[in-house]
Each structure stands twice: as structure tokens, then as C-alpha cells.
Design a protein around this ligand. Structure first.
Ligand code: NAI
Ligand code: OAA
Length: 273
């Protein structure tokens, strides 16, 4: 049986996902059946063409790869309509009301680990009460951290940095509001660290640092965690996406793996463990 999948967003992640899913499309396991975007005229044509969100809701799976604001705008109604939703902009769940709606069903919600890893360990330790605190230090090229809310002078200063600079040190909720396209991974870490409690409990255990590095060509996430389960450190050095330097290329690869796991769960095809 063919699974019909719609995309929200048709930027770097969505287009790379289309390429990664070529084997499943050729085998007839997946049909990419349209993309929802705000400005079709600014995009190349996606497989299945541009569709309104109401049409996307009728697909077997909707994959959001459009941003935190788009996930908050469209996600709750899709899940309420019973549509399965795979969210890339995991930072959307830093808002408690949005998180409640997304986790409340009846549609299935899948959250990607995206540009990081090690969340299985963090989840297991936290659920056992063995994780007290975690940190994530995200380092990216200076220009990829410039945000629309920064003044022109601040943006130019960051683009012109000669040395690495700490741009942010605080909570995941604050980090995702200020850098929505850069630190969804910090909220994903907080969700894994929730243990058996609320997402807010997990987010409260995480401290986020964002570093602009004018000399790097890698997007790095260094995760530390500790508690009675042990002390852990993961260092992830990702190649940035060619199409969007804010985004690690691993993200679309992770989403493709999530789609394959979802297909296997729904009996649409085989996926390895
Ligand atoms: N979980 C993770 O590890 C990661 C998550 N992300 C998330 O994925 C998002 C997308 O990343 P990219 O593909 O690199 O961005 P991009 O900027 O290349 O593409 C974004 C696409 O979404 C569309 N879009 C924006 N707002 C929309 C809306 N309200 N409704 C419909 N379409 C809308 C844009 O027109 C564009 O087609 C990021 O903004 C970020 O939130 C990105 C990297 C890693
Ligand atoms: O792709 C990355 O390295 C991380 C990222 O942008 C995000 O989490 O939003």
C-alpha cells in the first residue's frame, strides 16, 4: 500500500527529504502528495504540487519542515483532525498550550531527533530519575546566527566577528524564541530530559549556550548531562545543509529515517531497527 505524504515547507530540509526518499518513491511505497507553502511563486514545483493545508490534512502523514511558527500555526489542527504529523520544528513544543494540543491526539505525533543524537540515553536516564541537569552548546557560523530582530548594526557586528562569541546563555524556551531556526535541538533535549514529568520540567533542566564562530565550517552541538545515572557528553559536528547554512544536513537524513520507521510501524514497508 502506498503512503501519501504531504510536506509543510519546501525549503532546504523538504527538498533534501524528497531526494532521500527516492528509493521508497521508486518502489511505490511513498507518494509525495503536495507541499504547503505561503509563497508558491518563490519555490520550485514540489512533487504533487502546492496544496492548501486542508488538503494536506487528508494525507496519511504530514511532515512539517517550515519553522516553529508554522508548526504552531498548523500542527494543532492537523493532530485534532486525526492526521499523523512528523514535526521537525520541535521548538514549537516549548509553548505549553501547543505541546498539549500536539500530544493530545487523536493524530499521531512524531518528533525528530533532527540534528543531534543521544536522546535515547537522556530519555532513559531521566525516566529513571537519574538525570539532574543537561547543557547544550550550539556553535555555528556567525552569519547563520543573525536574526531578523537584531538591529542592522548588531547584525553587521556579528557577521564581522574575528573571534568566537557567546551570543546567548539561558533556557531552551528563551533560546527558541530568539533563534527559532537554530536551536530546535535544545527543546528536543529538554523533551527527552522530562523523564515522567511535564515538558516544562525537562526544559527547566537544560541550559543552552549559542556561540557564533567566524572560523568554523561545521555546526557543532556539544551535549552534557549528569545525575545519579552517570555523566555523559556527546559532541556532534554536522556539515551544514548546502541550501541553508543554519540547518545541519543531518536533519533531513534524520527525518527520512523517521519517515521509514513510521512506514514500517504502519505496515507500509520494511525499515531496519
Ligand atoms: N530539529 C532539528 O534538528 C532542526 C529543525 N529545524 C527546523 O526546520 C525548519 C526548516 O528548516 P529549513 O528547511 O532549513 O528552512 P528553509 O528556510 O530552507 O525552508 C523553510 C520552508 O518553510 C516555508 N514556510 C515558512 N513559514 C511557513 C508557513 N507558515 N507555512 C507554510 N510554509 C512556511 C518557507 O517558505 C520554506 O519553503 C527550521 O525553521 C527549524 O524550525 C531545522 C534544523 C534542525
Ligand atoms: O541544524 C542544526 O544544526 C540545528 C538547528 O538548526 C535547529 O535545531 O533548529
Amino acid at each position: 500500500m502506498t503512503a501519501r505524504i504531504a510536506l509543510i515547507g519546501y525549503g532546504a530540509i523538504a527538498r533534501e527529504l524528497v531526494e532521500h526518499l527516492a528509493p521508497e518513491r521508486e518502489a511505490g511505497v511513498v507518494e509525495l502528495a503536495g507541499a504547503v507553502v505561503r509563497h508558491p511563486e518563490r519555490h520550485p514545483s514540489p512533487p504533487g504540487g502546492f496544496v492548501p493545508i486542508g488538503e494536506a490534512a487528508a494525507r496519511d502523514l504530514v511532515v512539517e519542515c517550515a519553522g516553529v511558527a508554522a508548526a504552531r500555526q498548523h500542527g494543532p489542527a492537523l493532530v485534532a483532525a486525526g492526521t499523523a504529523l512528523l514535526v521537525t520544528s520541535v521548538g514549537a513544543l516549548a509553548d505549553a498550550e501547543v505541546a498539549r494540543a500536539l500530544l493530545g491526539g487523536p493524530g499521531e505525533l512524531v518528533l525528530t531527533s533532527g540534528a543531534i543524537g543521544g536522546l535515547d540515553l537522556i530519555r532513559a536516564a531521566a525516566q529513571a530519575g537519574g538525570l539532574d541537569r543537561a547543557t547544550i552548546t550550539t556553535t555555528k557560523t556567525a552569519s547563520s546566527l543573525v536574526q531578523p530582530w537584531m538591529g542592522a548594526a548588531e547584525a553587521a557586528r556579528i557577521r564581522g566577528l574575528a573571534e568566537p562569541e557567546l551570543l546567548f546563555d539561558g533556557t531552551p524556551a528563551e533560546a527558541i524564541e530568539r533563534f527559532p531556526g537554530n536551536v530546535n535541538v535544545a527543546v528536543a533535549l529538554g523533551i527527552a530530559a522530562r523523564g515522567l514529568g511535564d515538558i516544562a520540567d525537562g526544559l527547566a533542566r537544560v541550559r543552552v549556550r549559542i556561540v557564533a564562530d567566524p572560523r568554523t565550517d561545521t555546526s557543532t552541538h556539544v551535549i552534557g548531562a549528569e545525575g545519579s545515572s552517570g555523566a555523559y557528553r556527546f559532541e556532534i559536528g554536522n556539515r551544514p545543509s548546502r541550501a541553508n547554512p543554519r540547518t545541519s544536513a543531518l536533519t533531513a537524513q534524520a527525518v527520512a529515517a523517521d519517515v521509514r520507521a513510521w512506514l514500517a510501524r504502519r505496515g507500509h514497508g520494511a525499515a531496519g531497527p
